[in-house]
Design a protein around this ligand. Structure first.
Ligand code: SF4
Ligand code: SF4
Length: 278
């Protein structure tokens, strides 16, 4: 079994507790305005626009496919900046064994792995195989998800998963649809389901500038649901590396410290006592 991997970060301390290896899978079910990894959203369509822009000729056409030479690449990301399709030419189809091989030299220095994306749950069957093997190495396995895929249909995966870090981007379904191009119906169902199963590691909400009422509705409702059962992280929207839509809708401003502190206080008062600003 293979899955498309955009990149692997050997050591990360922002993707769950402790030092972790983060694996980013390609492809996403949402198209959020403020996505910080827009190059993970779609698969490459082999248009070739990026080939001539590579300063070290690490990209070339082989037949009708654009092929990346990892050994020549200097990771300047010019290709990603060129791409108009929210894709990357550097995606590698990997077997579970290929990832295990990369983890071998790291395993004594990390607490576990976190799978992200894109939306990693689009590759749920692959994750189950991967987690089964990674847990045998004595490492923990976390899922970072946008909540669009029904977790209740992946009970076998949850048995080998140590926790899910779930994004709740908006509680209002209409605003969520505008923000992510997708309904939040499944996200909210997953929130309740993962909570009930004891698999919710943390919930995250990005606090948007210019949308105070929507921020408040999301934070209030999430806090009422999760109470003290897991961490709730409020992340400030930052206008760097985001899609044009984010800049059109929210400009280059960041939600104020006062606004985020107000939302944190409200979440704590609603019962989510482990609410943090990150
Ligand atoms: S990231 Fe690599 S493949 Fe892409 S333009 Fe830079 S050197 Fe070329
Ligand atoms: S990565 Fe983007 S620009 Fe490059 S070939 Fe694929 S779709 Fe075209």
């Amino acid at each position: 079994m293979k899955a498309p991997v955009n990149k692997i970060i050997p050591f990360s301390n922002v993707d769950g507790p402790g030092n972790r290896t983060s694996i980013f899978f390609q492809g996403c079910s949402f198209k959020c305005w403020y996505c910080h990894n827009p190059e993970t959203i779609h698969r490459c369509v082999n248009c070739g626009d990026c080939v001539a822009t590579c300063p070290v000729q690490a990209l070339e056409f082989q037949g009708d496919k654009v092929v990346w030479d990892q050994n020549k690449c200097v990771n300047c990301d010019t290709c990603i900046k060129t791409c108009r399709h929210m894709a990357s030419p550097k995606v590698v189809e990997m077997e579970v064994e290929d990832i295990l091989e990369k983890l071998q030299p790291l395993k004594n220095f990390i607490r576990g792995i976190t799978v992200s994306g894109g939306e990693c749950m689009l590759h749920a069957a692959f994750l189950k195989e991967l987690f089964t093997e990674v847990q045998k190495m004595g490492l923990t396995c976390l899922i970072d998800s946008n909540g669009s895929i029904d977790f209740s249909r992946h009970e076998e995966l949850l048995k080998v998963c140590d926790g899910v870090m779930l994004d709740v981007k908006a509680y209002d379904p209409i605003f969520h649809e505008a923000l992510c191009d997708h309904s939040n119906d499944r996200v909210i169902k997953n929130l309740h389901y993962l909570l009930e199963k004891g698999k919710l590691q943390e919930v995250r909400t990005v606090i948007l500038p210019k949308y105070p009422e929507e921020n408040e509705e999301t934070v209030r409702n999430v806090a009422r649901i999760i109470q003290d059962h897991c961490d709730y992280k409020l992340l400030k929207y930052r206008p760097f590396g985001v899609r044009e839509e984010a800049l059109d809708k929210m400009g280059r401003v960041i939600a104020s410290d006062e606004e985020v502190a107000r939302l944190q206080k409200m979440a704590v008062e609603e019962g989510a006592i482990h609410t943090l600003i990150v």
